[in-house]
Design a protein around this ligand. Structure first.
Ligand code: PEP
Ligand code: CO
Length: 463
């Protein structure tokens, strides 16, 4: 039976040009790995995916705020108890701080447990004077410069699934076991940020949050054990299409296909071509999709892409994640928002203030805390002006004390970068910088709420 050209199936992307795919030397080994993955159980359940989509739709309508965070390139070596716990802790703390600021539910998404594949601008890179095939993420090859390490190995796809499963299992266990219960201030681990000039103000926010929790508890409205039960979702960039296809399953009750390897999938800036394989794959899955949009994307281009990805205009299905860079949101964002508004498309606007602000200093990629904050602020205020809404943010961050981004209360300088730079890819906010970002975002959200109540919109917090 022949299929129509427009008919979608988990493998219909194979009829289109697929960018950023590794070339495997042994097709039989690849087929073996994919067969194994097709038989593996889902990491997430379709009911959870639908619930996240509903939450994202609500956030788009002003009833929630999305906090997404994780690594640029997650490593297999990060699948360790303390690394996962530290990452979860910082995201949960940020979400509590933001709940206080937004006065709304915060939707927590970790871009973890599967963020193992990276798009690269060149197929080769130079390492210590030697030209090597580019590192494409742990699910493809190894970062080491040793002979053969950069050769794509299909077994790594199976390892990626297994690492993701182990990571997610531990996250679920911690949440189930009460790890998210933050009403004990000692669990906050704020030492690093206590050195900040702004600490008295941040401390006040922490105290207000703890007071509110104790107040609710004393009323009996919130049981202590309920505080530990939070929703947590995972996402990753859906780059390696054979892997994503193998984890795509049909839900017989919902009569729809879902990618069961993550709740939410991102589509890359380089792989979102209208006629490309990635867009073909993404248009058929029921999961929420994060679409990376940089300053080179025009309004019409975005409208055509959103229409293709979400033909039914289903709310919560598409998050447009802008990454325009400091100073550009004010100019570039209005064209995107107005085009989407004119077309009547339902999208949830998010901001990734990391990728438009990357600089290379002394051979290392870095980002300045002030630039990151400034882009969020500009994006937030531009949406206010346009009558749209910034419904969420994404940060590359870690719960570890790394020195990859400069600035913030901990005052990481350019000279500090070499002290503890661990990222295989982009620079991340460390735990103190992440918490500080949450405090400052809270301030922005609250200032705006206060101004809105007085019928005025003006400046927020400065970068
Ligand atoms: C990312 O999202 O972490 C990233 C590096 O994006 P891109 O490669 O698409 O610029
Ligand atoms: Co990145």
């Amino acid at each position: 039976m022949s299929r129509g050209v427009d008919e979608w199936s988990p493998g219909s992307w194979r009829r289109r040009p697929a960018l950023q795919q590794p070339e495997y030397a042994d097709p039989r080994a690849l087929a073996e790995a994919l067969k194994e993955l097709r038989g593996d159980p889902p990491l997430v359940f379709s009911g959870e995916i639908e619930r996240l989509k509903e939450r994202i739709a609500q956030a788009g309508m002003g009833k929630g705020f999305i906090l997404q965070g994780g690594y640029c390139a997650e490593r297999f070596a990060d699948c360790r108890a303390e690394v996962i716990a530290n990452q979860l802790r910082v995201l949960l703390q940020m979400s509590v701080i933001l709940t206080h600021g937004a006065r709304q539910p915060v939707i927590r998404i970790g871009r973890i447990a599967g963020q193992y594949a990276k798009p690269r601008s060149s197929p080769v890179e130079e390492v210590k004077g030697k030209e090597l095939p580019s590192y494409r993420g742990d699910s493809v090859n190894a970062i080491s410069a040793e002979e053969g390490a950069r050769r794509p190995d299909p077994r790594r796809l199976v390892q990626a699934y297994e690492r993701a499963a182990l990571t997610l299992n531990y996250i679920r266990a911690m949440i189930d076991g009460g790890f998210a219960d933050l009403h004990d201030p000692y669990k906050w681990n704020l030492r690093a940020i206590e050195r900040s000039r702004e600490w008295p103000e941040y401390r006040e926010t922490v105290e207000q949050i703890l007071d509110a929790i104790h107040f609710m508890e004393s009323f009996g409205g919130v049981q202590p054990e309920r505080l530990g039960r939070v929703e947590f979702y995972i996402s990753h960039e859906g780059l390696l299409l054979p892997y994503e296809e193998a984890l795509t399953r049909r839900d017989p009750e919902l009569r729809r296909y879902y990618n069961v390897g993550a709740h939410m999938l991102w589509i890359g800036n380089r792989t979102r071509g209208l006629d490309g394989a990635h867009v073909e794959y993404f248009r058929g899955i029921g999961n929420p999709i994060g679409v990376k949009v940089d300053a080179g994307c025009g309004g019409e281009e975005l409208v055509a892409l959103v229409r293709r990805l979400n033909p039914g205009n289903e709310a919560g299905r598409v998050c447009v994640i802008t990454r325009l860079g400091r100073g550009r949101a004010t100019d570039v964002l209005p064209g995107l928002v107005r085009a989407v508004q004119r077309a009547g498309l339902l999208v949830t606007w998010c901001c990734d203030p990391m990728h438009g602000n990357t600089r290379v200093v002394g051979g290392r990629k870095t980002r300045a805390f002030g630039d990151i904050l400034a882009e969020v602020r500009e994006t937030f205020l531009t949406h206010v002006r346009l009558g749209s809404r910034l419904a969420g943010v994404h940060f590359e961050l870690t719960g570890e004390d790394v020195t990859e981004c400069t600035g913030g209360a901990v005052g990481v300088t350019r000279a500090d970068l070499s002290r503890n730079y661990q990222s295989y890819c982009d620079p991340r906010l460390n735990s103190a910088q992440s918490l500080e970002m949450a405090f400052l975002l809270t301030k922005l959200l609250r200032e705006h709420t206060a101004r809105g109540q007085k019928g005025r919109v003006g400046e927020g917090v400065s970068g």
